[in-house]
Design a protein around this ligand. Structure first.
Ligand code: ADP
Ligand code: MG
Length: 329
């Protein structure tokens, strides 16, 4: 059974008669030890979906569907039960490492607090804090524990947050844009750290980013989101090597590439539609060169390869295609 199984997850904001569907009918699974990348332009619902998985959305959000995690149905747990899972089996690294550490306390203090909260070490010592930092390969951890966040680089802070988020040996780690604020070299280091943590602990990781190159290198599976919907999902190699949705094709086509020593940038013409102005059909249709009258209806998911599904009417339907069901592996 999958570690995480999400079925028809929807998140709505705003008035009930004119709702904003930030996430619409998302279904996917994550296996133990799997790295799943979630990509899509800003505003496509990536953060909302992750926050819904943690059940950390503000109370005005209306969440429906099923989230099965480690044999539990998360949406039916009490908040107290959910708190217990959050930060233990299910952990999240937030988007902005600059604001997630407390500026008033030393790194050592904060590390000990994390260890205490996880119950890993009720009386965590400075030595435990040093060990925690060493796990994420912070150099000179003995010195670092007595320093404050402002004395650290962005990359080091992200390493520390990764150490904190994995201190409880979670089964699933959700990282929302963990490298966005970092320069390219440091981004590489953080990605190899994730890779290493997965390989040594078998934690599953959902990594959210608008940077496709990150997902291409690190993830086993890729989910592509557009206007709140997962429009394509598949093994990373298939999604990048044989993208089926015109949006995925556009995203990949707009990845920066070096041509004759110059960086070439293309972008998909048009803009992400406003979520309060979506019609009933495919939200990408107005930017899509393949759009036809069929796109006035919401596309069904079609299987286009092994564990590879796409929501687009303009796919080869010559093969007999089973209706979409969450991937079973
Ligand atoms: N609290 C909220 N109230 C109303 N709309 C929201 C709220 N949070 C998110 N949204 C809507 O959800 C959309 C998706 O946001 P988000 O999940 O942050 O996207 P991403 O992480 O992909 O950039 C936003 O464009 C916004 O319209
Ligand atoms: Mg986001």
């Amino acid at each position: 059974m999958a570690l995480l199984s999400v079925r028809n997850l929807s998140v709505e904001f705003g008035p009930r008669d004119k709702p904003i569907a930030a996430v619409a009918n998302a279904s996917f699974t994550v296996e133990s030890g799997q790295i799943v990348g979630v990509v899509g332009e800003s505003g496509s619902g990536k953060s909302t979906m992750c926050t819904a998985l943690m059940r950390s959305l503000q109370s005005t959000a209306r969440v429906s569907g099923d989230i099965d995690f480690d044999g539990k149905s998360l949406l039916s747990l009490t908040l107290a039960q959910m708190r217990d899972i959050r930060g233990r089996d299910l952990s999240m690294i937030l988007q902005n490492p600059m604001t997630s550490l407390d500026p008033l306390f030393t790194i050592g203090n904060q590390a000990r607090e994390v260890l205490r909260l996880h119950g890993a070490r009720p009386a965590a010592t400075e030595r435990d804090a040093v060990d925690l930092l060493r796990k994420v390969r912070i150099t000179a951890p003995e010195m670092r524990v007595s320093q404050y966040p402002h004395q650290m680089s962005g990359g080091m802070k992200q390493r520390i947050l990764t150490a904190f988020a994995t201190a409880s040996s979670p089964k699933l780690l959700i990282a929302d844009e963990p490298t966005t604020a970092l320069d390219a070299t440091v981004q590489e280091e953080i990605l190899s750290l994730f890779w290493e943590i997965r390989n040594t602990s078998n934690v599953a990781i959902i990594i959210v980013t608008h940077d496709l190159s990150v997902v291409r290198r690190i993830s086993d599976r890729t989910l592509v989101m557009y206007a709140g919907r997962i429009v394509e999902a598949g093994p990373t190699q298939a999604v990048f090597g044989n993208p089926k949705h015109p949006y995925t094709q556009g995203l990949i086509g707009s990845m920066p590439r070096v041509v004759d020593g110059r960086v070439e940038l293309n972008s998909i013409p048009g803009q992400v539609p406003r979520l309060d102005q979506l019609g009933a059909g495919c939200a990408f249709a107005e930017r899509c060169t393949h759009a036809t009258a069929a796109c006035a209806r919401q596309p069904a998911y079609r299987t286009v390869g092994a564990q590879h599904e796409v929501a687009c009417w303009h796919q080869d339907t010559s093969a007999s295609i089973p209706p979409f069901a969450p991937s079973v592996q």
